[in-house]
Design a protein around this ligand. Structure first.
Ligand code: UDX
Length: 436
């Protein structure tokens, strides 16, 4: 099959590489000329476990191509839109400008009843808008717009691409259904597809992400309560997760959820509901609660250095979760910002294995970026663990040279007993405050 993908971000690029690996002819289109230039030269533009090898392999075979020239989509059977839908800075609504631009750009070149598949997370009704925009721009075009929501997780994009939990296709006409069945038949494992209408498919993505965000927020609130009443949150969530109706996943308490999806999608869902007079009280509570959570976590860290006039704080982790270089809406970044806001005289030293460049775009020069976790902890009064990178749990704590030996572990990855044995005050999310 000939597949064009518009947008080479965290969804577009892994999908392009994946479809090429399955034997399809893929052309990835992006307006960013320098990005396309780099990709063409074999230089990958984002970090994803296992992606680079597949990318290089398929670039060599000639099945994976990159261009800025939108005309290259003209002989494609499927054109996938995988551009960003960031929250609008003023309204919080998902900003549709890149989707609309993509629809306008592809319109003149759609041929052979091409299927336009929307992979970006978009509010209900966007498929209709895309259809309208294309028809207006090219009244003669024959095409079918479908919704093909992407459920892959960053950090597991390659795994999730080849082993999707579910495939949902929202198509109002049979051509789209037929082509998607053919496409997913090319996967190594048979894929069961849920076929539905376009609007329901668009809603499935939002409904899923908002549900997961609510689930995490529930675990976070439960953690606060457990800490107050002397219950162990990790045993509580383990016990809850043993009920198959609840499930063990996404019950991990932490500094708040982040990333390019949950914060944006929950907000967009609440806004969509508001616009039709529906109050999504549960999702709304998660949106507000998650925001407060990050502020509370900044205070939790600051409280430990109240007695220090000019505190030095070490931070491990800036990515919104382990396994990615993405720092968008990262709780770690937000907590660093909040600490600086509350006590501007604090000095902060940070380390992240992958996300320092991204975080620098947001945090700039107000903090010190260091090359190792040891360096980030050097001469600090407290070390805050904000992203669950495996390498942090492997650090030899006895080699840390801190001014005061104290760890606030918001990801539960440092062994508390090991820390205490090494003379640290360990403050985790459990009810116990374990000290020397
Ligand atoms: C999410 C969805 O999982 C994916 O299906 C969708 O396509 C895009 O959005 P992603 O943003 O990559 O994927 O990250 P995810 O692994 O879901 O984590 C999101 C945030 O929740 C992270 O900040 C993570 O640390 C946090 N989280 C997750 C928790 O705090 N606790 C948990 O138990 C799980």
């Amino acid at each position: 099959m000939k597949i064009a993908i518009i947008g080479t971000g965290y969804v577009g690029l892994p999908s392009g590489v994946g479809f090429a690996e399955l034997g399809h002819d893929v052309i990835c289109v992006d307006k960013d000329a320098s990005k396309i230039e780099r990709l063409r030269k074999g230089r990958i533009t984002l970090f994803e476990q296992g992606l680079e090898d597949l990318f290089l392999k398929n670039l060599k075979t000639g099945r994976l191509n990159f261009t800025t020239d939108i005309r290259s989509i003209s002989d494609s059977d499927v054109v996938m839109i995988a551009v960003g839908t960031p929250p609008h800075p003023e309204t919080g609504h998902a900003d549709m400008k890149y989707i609309h631009a993509a629809a306008r750009d592809i319109a003149p070149y759609l041929k052979n009843a091409a299927v336009v598949a929307n992979k970006s997370t978009v509010p209900v009704g966007t498929g209709d808008d895309v259809e309208r925009i294309i028809s207006l721009a090219n009244p003669k075009a024959k095409f079918h717009v479908i919704s093909l929501p992407e459920f892959l997780r960053e950090g597991f994009a390659v795994h999730d691409f080849f082993n999707p939990d579910r495939v949902v296709v929202g198509a109002n006409a049979s051509r789209g259904k037929k082509l998607m069945q053919e496409l997913y038949d090319s996967f190594p494992k048979p894929q069961e597809i849920l076929f539905t209408d376009r609007r329901s498919s668009e809603m499935i993505k939002y409904a899923s992400n908002a549900f997961l965000a609510v689930k995490i927020h529930y675990a976070n609130e439960m953690q606060t309560l457990c800490a107050k009443v002397g219950a162990n949150i990790y045993d509580v969530t383990k016990g809850m997760g043993m009920d198959s109706r609840i499930g063990a996943k996404f019950l991990n308490p932490g500094p708040g959820y982040g990333g390019s999806c949950f914060p944006k999608d929950t907000l967009a869902l609440v806004n969509t509901a508001d616009s039709v007079g529906v109050n999504m009280s549960l999702v709304n509570a998660a949106v507000k609660g998650n925001d407060n959570r990050q502020i509370e976590m900044a205070h939790k860290i600051l409280d430990t250095v109240k007695h220090v006039q000019y505190p030095n704080i070490g931070v491990w982790g800036l990515a919104f979760k382990a396994g990615t270089d993405d720092a968008r809406e990262s709780p770690a970044v937000r907590i660093v910002q909040e600490i600086k806001k509350q006590r501007p005289q604090v000095s902060i030293r940070v380390h992240d294995p992958k996300a320092m460049k991204e975080a620098y775009q947001i945090l700039g020069n107000h903090i010190t970026y260091t090359l190792t976790p040891y360096d980030a902890a050097f001469n600090t009064d407290v070390l805050a663990v904000l992203t669950e990178w495996k390498e942090f749990s492997e650090v030899s704590l006895d080699r840390l040279q801190m001014r005061e030996k104290r760890i606030v572990d918001l990801r539960n990855i440092v062994d508390a007993n090991y820390a205490i044995e090494n003379g640290f005050e360990y403050i985790g999310l459990q009810y116990r405050k374990i000290s020397r």
